[in-house]
Design a protein around this ligand. Sequence first.
Ligand SMILES: N[C@@H](CCC(=O)N[C@@H](CS)C(=O)NCC(=O)O)C(=O)O
Length: 210
Amino acid sequence: MERLTVYGSFTSSSSYKPMLYLALARLPFSFRTVNLKYGVQKEPPYLAMNRWGVVPSLRHRGLTILQSNVILDYLARETGHFEGATEQECWQAREWLSWEADHITAVAKVRHSARFRASHPEVIAEFRPKAEAALSFVDQTLKTRDWLVGERCTIADIGCWGRMVFMAEGGFDIADWPYLEAWSQRLKAMPGFALPYDLIPSKDREFDPV
Ligand SMILES: N[C@@H](CCC(=O)N[C@@H](CS)C(=O)NCC(=O)O)C(=O)O
């Protein structure tokens, strides 16, 4: 398979999602860092690839794929890893990704405000209850099942976990959601798993799992 290239940043949950996918799938890829602190994502060379000026971006087979959940969709279709076991499960996994973008994003907004914009407490006040509701929904779903869709890890799990991974930086204690915490332990036990600061480098790097 032609080599994949991910453009991302080590502080970005959106970048973590495709990188976690690739790490768990044990697939080789090239990582190209985009320094958000210096605004590289808004400079013309990057904007020529990503019209929204955000990370991540994926390049593969001459294609450019944007938006972390679309990238997960692409990777699952292209490589077959972490895909639903049935056609229904494939659609369900994508439903979770779409829901994630509406709801778990609140966790990322609180974390972003807490970590990078401490002067905006009103953002935290607005999004914290929404974030807690989203985490509670995932928690209750996982009360009776090991994975969000079907009987095994899919892009739904990688996408939802990946977006909430920095929850502690937003002041959320994962212990408040015990079924969600148990699910995170199942993910952490998978070969290739790594947390963002261990997985995403601050410089360009080639990933070639053995
Ligand atoms: N919906 C997008 C969100 C992408 C996004 O907002 N990325 C953030 C980092 S997590 C970013 O690049 N921020 C820099 C900026 O907005 O200038 C996705 O899932 O890929």
